[in-house]
Design a protein around this ligand. Structure first.
Ligand code: CMP
Length: 483
């Protein structure tokens, strides 16, 4: 038999009933945060119940005191968790992050403890307060800094911030620290006290729109306005760079071997700054090269290279070797091929770059030296792929030979090296070798026919989908009016 008084078992019964109740709630909630907190509460209530049984058995008031403290702490924690968090959704509310919930539990617990055992609380509070204050100096500093962060809200979970020299997305703010996830995917845990002392930059507020800058040095021989035009074109072709506010280019300074230009542009998502700068810089490289503009090395090297190295002998051989592979020029003599080779200009394009745009005017055709391209046809709002072309193939002949706008869009599927033949150079070739016209016009006719087939198919598809849509509407109206 237990030596219990009549009022004591009530508390034990209360604890014993709470355990399965909390366990059931733990089992049915969809919120992992709630589940985690309920699990600990169940364990604490179970320990409290054991202490209470111990108290009834050994009649030790200390055990009863521990059971009271543990039980009330666990039940308060469970109650606050259930009240402040959604039960059916797996989120923590923005207004009550875990640090605030813990603060509520501690506040409520102090009130309950004062009511349950005021004498013990008073007797121990002065000494324990001093000891705790000294021992937990840093922890308490972090705790109050964490609370200040919650109240002041310099950032929220999900924001991109720079704090204590680390840059990343805020993943969690806890009692002790703020966890941010860096671009490399690592978690950096910064003590809250450090954050409250340091400057915090929030890249996501008041708006996630950011301005980026990219600086490049170019030759003194290149007129600044030409450089500015090419840089602005590159910025306009990167889809992630915003059109509004517009990009601009500034001439920054005259350096020893180059003029420095800074392109400033705006983006909507700070998380992808590096890939956007990469896209812009890569595109700029190809554009500058095609315009014949170079990013200079230190000036001595540039001069030496320009003067000492003429067009390498082997380049002509490479071009002739390439012309051997092009079906179109199969029947030509060596001197005719040499003529074409002299008229060709090497141009490179970066992967995904648009080499030709449907509807643009054009007076050049391209021979693919390396890489592959996609031929895309736009009909109405839809764009679809007609075919791909690879090494030795050519494109752009239609506009060059007919003077009409480009019939399709050509996109580089990988990095692509081409040889370009412009109108005048092509004319010289035709004068010497008119036979290639027959071959080229046959290819043009086949390509045109394929484009027309594709356009008709696309039109048929869209009209049949309009028909389907109409039938869909008809049956809905019938159903709605019960006709
Ligand atoms: P052009 O009209 O100058 O510019 C777009 C180019 O796409 C066109 O010349 C052709 O070289 C190419 N093109 C168009 N249709 C096809 C097709 N069906 N197959 C391969 N290439 C094509």
């Amino acid at each position: 038999m237990f030596p219990w008084s009549s009022s004591v078992p009530l508390y034990l019964v209360f604890l014993l009933v709470s355990i399965p109740l909390l366990a059931v709630l733990h089992g049915i909630t969809r919120n992992t945060y709630v589940r985690r907190r309920l699990r600990l509460s169940v364990i604490l209530v179970a320990i409290a119940a054991l202490c209470e049984i111990g108290f009834l058995y050994f009649a030790s008031p200390d055990l009863h005191y521990i059971a009271l403290i543990l039980g009330s702490l666990a039940l308060l924690r469970a109650a606050v968790t259930l009240l402040l968090n959604p039960f059916r959704m797996d989120t923590v509310p923005d207004h009550f992050p875990s640090i605030v919930q813990d603060a509520v539990v501690v506040g409520a617990f102090v009130l309950v403890a004062t009511y349950l055992a005021p004498d013990k609380l008073l007797a121990t509070s002065a000494i324990s307060g001093l000891v705790l204050g000294l021992a937990l100096q840093d922890t308490l500093g972090n705790l109050f800094a964490g609370l200040a962060i919650q109240v002041e809200k310099p950032f929220r979970v999900g924001d991109w911030v720079k704090a204590a020299n680390y840059e990343g997305r805020v993943a969690e703010v806890t009692w002790r620290a703020t966890r941010i996830r860096t671009r490399s995917g690592n978690f950096v845990i910064i003590p809250n006290s450090l954050i409250s002392k340091d400057t915090v930059v929030n890249f996501s507020r008041p708006s996630p729109v950011q301005r980026l800058e990219f600086t490049v040095g170019l030759d003194y021989d290149t007129p600044p306005n030409r450089v500015k035009r090419v840089m602005l074109q590159a910025a306009a072709e990167v889809p992630e760079i915003l059109k509004e506010p517009p990009a601009d280019v500034l001439l920054v300074s005259y350096e020893d071997s180059s003029i420095l230009y800074k392109c400033r542009f705006w983006i909507a998502d700070f998380a992808v700054t590096d890939p956007i700068i990469d896209k812009f810089a890569t595109l700029l490289y190809y554009k500058l090269r095609r315009e014949g503009l170079t990013i200079p090395f230190p000036i001595h090297e540039v001069r030496l290279q320009k003067e000492a190295v003429p067009e390498p002998e082997s380049d002509a051989e490479v071009r002739l070797g390439f012309l051997e592979q092009v079906e179109l020029f199969r029947g030509l003599t060596s001197s005719e091929k040499a003529l074409i080779s002299a008229g060709m200009e090497a141009q490179s394009f970066g992967s995904s770059e648009a080499i030709i745009r449907q509807g643009d005017p054009g007076d050049s055709m391209f021979f693919i030296r390396e890489g592959s391209v996609r031929v895309l046809l736009r009909t109405g709002d839809q764009v679809h792929q007609v075919t791909t072309l690879g090494e030795g193939d050519y494109f752009g002949e239609m506009a060059l030979l007919t003077g009409e706008p480009r019939t399709a869009t050509i996109i580089a599927d990988s990095d692509v090296d081409t040889y370009v033949l412009r109108k005048q150079a092509f004319r010289d070739v035709l004068v010497r070798a008119p036979g290639i016209l027959e071959e080229i016009s046959r290819t043009m006719a086949e390509r045109k026919a394929q484009l027309e087939r594709e356009a008709t198919q696309a039109a048929r598809k869209s009209s049949s989908s309009t028909k389907e849509e109409q039938e869909n509407f008809l049956s809905r109206i019938h159903r709605f009016f019960k006709l």
